[in-house]
Unconditional design. Structure first.
Length: 245
């Protein structure tokens, strides 16, 4: 069986679908909610990458999920998590959070401040198996990000045992905080998803990328990502894809 053909697909921030409510400004990299495009449902194992800003004193009321690994990465402010398994947590920049919805979970996410918005990226990947026990984990990696390297944030791959564990053995989320002029090299993988969460970078072979831009790579890796301003990037390394229905 052959793998995917090499491709680098740049998706600009302005091309994302948007949900705008009095309390929420959400940009969707893939089909989400009422925004459906049959040609934009996922990349590799990644189903959702939502770039959300939630107004002070508001947030997502209690709602259900199942059979999904949900990773939340806060860029500014703080987000309060509560779920039906009894877990609570306050997620802030540099603190990675993972919720395994598994056989079913109820949770809420609220802005922890009544004065400033919270800005975060929430990403969903499919698990290896359905019906697993729901769970929650978080890990402080702020100090690791000072290195300017790609830091494993959440992973089911054995070689990334320092990251929060997710229930997919073929996926890893990496993050990097870069000063202007610093660079990282993308890992080799059948599927990569690069999201510029903050700042501006240049991707070797693809050119300049601004805040909110994303790149979907297949059968590639080894490209350098160089910051032209202070920047933060999120990279999903995926060694499998969602099977066709």
């Amino acid at each position: 069986m052959t793998g995917p053909s090499p491709r680098v697909d740049v998706r600009r921030a302005a091309g994302r679908d948007r949900t705008r409510l009095p309390w929420l400004d959400s940009h969707h990299s893939f089909s989400f909610g009422g925004h459906y495009d049959p040609d934009n449902t996922h990349h590799g194992l990644l189903l959702v990458s939502n770039d959300d800003v939630v107004a002070p004193g508001t947030g997502f009321d209690t709602h259900p999920h199942r059979d999904m690994e949900i990773v939340t990465w806060v860029l500014r402010g703080a987000l309060v998590h509560q779920d039906s398994t009894g877990h609570t947590g306050v997620v802030h920049p540099g603190l990675a959070q993972r919720m395994s919805a598994g056989s079913g979970i109820l949770h809420s996410e609220k802005n922890d401040s009544r004065r400033v918005p919270v800005h975060f990226v929430q990403m969903w990947v499919v698990p290896d198996a359905s019906g697993i026990e729901p769970g929650y984990a978080q890990r402080e990696i702020d100090a690791d990000l000072l290195s300017g390297a790609l830091v494993p944030v959440a992973s089911g791959m054995p070689r990334h045992d320092s990251a929060i564990r997710i229930a997919n053995r073929s996926a890893t989320l990496h993050a990097a905080r870069l000063a202007a002029g610093q660079a990282v090299t993308l890992p080799d993988a059948p599927y990569l998803h690069l999201h510029v969460a903050r700042g501006e970078v240049v991707l070797e072979g693809a050119g300049a990328l601004a805040e909110g831009d994303a790149v979907r790579c297949t059968a590639s890796g080894g490209q350098r990502v160089t910051a032209t301003t202070p920047a933060e990037v999120l990279v999903w390394e995926m060694h499998a894809a969602i099977a066709a229905a």
